[in-house]
Design a protein around this ligand. Structure first.
Ligand code: FAD
Ligand code: EPU
Length: 339
């Protein structure tokens, strides 16, 4: 039975731990709940926000609309041959639990994405990525429902227009679809990807020469735990900004001034700069503003250090962007969804 509650505190529903109130709040456990919900006048007359784990959101004000917490559960193999499987996961499955499920079955492809907070349904939104893998590398398709008509639509990989922390769902189709499930094409014969330098050094520390997918997962978990704050202890939403892309000319100019510049060449001849490095070089590690702070172990992460409001985190992010621009002439773009 659908229940719409009023004036609900959103603090437990966002990993920044920001105080904000939703005028209306509901939880859905099935597609039929969603299809029932869209007939409800509260739904029809309100602004809507679907949430999973709330790990990529910053509430800067109360949400004067309907927050829909998606709890759809279920994981199943929907296709299988000698070499591959397609696994379909419902949107409300916790991402890390789903990755562990795949590793338990020895299905490879997602192990580098271990320990990313949040739910399966949000994973295509920004094409989540870490340690040399993005979901687009193994994404098969997703099933979504139009937020107004309730019509079902299947999106294949190319329909999603995946890019670095980007998809069609953050642009043209923003707020237009409820993602109900996501399917991934995974390998049965485990093939590990240790191209990201930090994984190799971690595996060496662990004395592992022939890593299994579980070893890679453990290495990733260990690296992540060493530098990213655990949202259960310190409010945060992971990297607050994207790593910026600059032209080769801009890169060369910066490199001549800043010898240790952290930069990676891209296939299009541009460079990706490590925003964490840029922020650290501005002397901002540990910088505090009204209870918000730049994380001391990873400058790309902003934290809720001491009862920060969403606005103070936002103000801090604007200050960081200004400092980086003044020192390097590089514009940072926020990765976190600002509400
Ligand atoms: P939410 O924050 O609840 O929602 C995010 C966006 O997706 C919102 O716009 C929301 O409206 C929309 N949305 C959510 N579910 C649905 C749905 N079913 N249908 C339609 N729209 C939906 N991200 C990375 O890419 N790589 C990382 O390495 C990484 N590390 C992180 C580390 C930490 C400590 C934290 C806190 C975050 C990190 N993130 C990372 C960011 C975050 O975990 C991901 O973006 C994750 O996919 C968000 O999932 P969520 O369920 O919490 O989404
Ligand atoms: N660096 C610094 N100082 C810092 C932070 C980083 O100099 O304070 C330098 C590091 O020394 C390294 C480089 O920046 O040379 C890259 O750092 P790291 O490997 O920690 O990765 P990142 O670029 O900061 C990105 C993603 C993370 C993802 C990791 C691992 C973005 C915006 N962030 O971080 O994703 O987990 O790589 O692949 O692309 C997220 O999106 O929320 C997120 C955590």
């Amino acid at each position: 039975m659908l229940q719409i509650r009023e004036q609900v505190n959103l603090k437990p529903y966002n990993t920044f731990g920001i105080e904000a109130t939703a005028t209306y709040f509901t939880e859905i456990n099935s597609v039929s709940d969603f299809l029932e919900l869209i007939k409800n006048p509260v739904y029809q007359n309100s602004e809507k926000l679907i949430i999973g784990g709330g790990s990529n959101l910053l509430f800067t004000k109360n949400f004067k609309g309907l927050v829909i917490k998606n709890n759809l559960k279920g994981i199943a193999v929907v296709f299988e041959n000698e070499n591959e499987v397609i696994v379909k996961a419902s949107a409300g499955e916790v991402w890390h639990n789903f990755v562990m499920w795949c590793i338990d079955k020895n299905f490879s492809g997602l192990e580098n994405l271990s320990l990313i907070p949040g739910c399966v349904g949000a994973s295509p939104m920004q094409n989540i990525g870490a340690y040399g893998v993005e979901i687009k590398d193994v994404f098969e398709e997703l099933e979504a429902y139009h937020m107004t008509s309730g019509e079902k639509k299947t999106f294949k990989n190319s329909d999603c227009q995946f890019g670095y922390r980007e998809s069609v769902f953050k642009r043209e189709y923003k707020n237009q679809f409820f993602i109900a499930s996501v399917s991934f094409r995974l390998k049965k014969q485990a093939k590990v990807n240790t191209s990201y330098g930090a994984i190799n050094s971690e595996l060496q520390n662990m004395n592992i020469a022939q890593p299994t997918i579980r070893d890679v997962s453990n290495a990733v978990i260990h690296i992540r735990q060493s530098k990213l704050p655990d949202p259960k202890e310190t409010g945060n939403a992971g990297s607050f900004f994207k790593n910026p892309e600059v032209s080769a000319q801009k890169h060369d100019e910066l490199k001549s001034k800043f010898e240790t510049l952290a930069a990676y060449p891209l296939a299009n001849r541009n460079y990706k700069l490590a925003a964490g490095w840029l922020i650290e070089q501005c002397g901002l590690k540990g910088y505090e503003h009204k209870g918000a702070a730049v994380h001391t172990k990873q400058a790309l992460v902003l934290i809720n250090k001491n009862n920060a409001t969403g606005n103070s985190v936002f103000e801090l992010s604007a200050y960081v962007m200004k400092q980086v621009f003044e020192k390097f002439g590089v514009n940072l773009e926020r990765e976190v969804n600002i509400i």
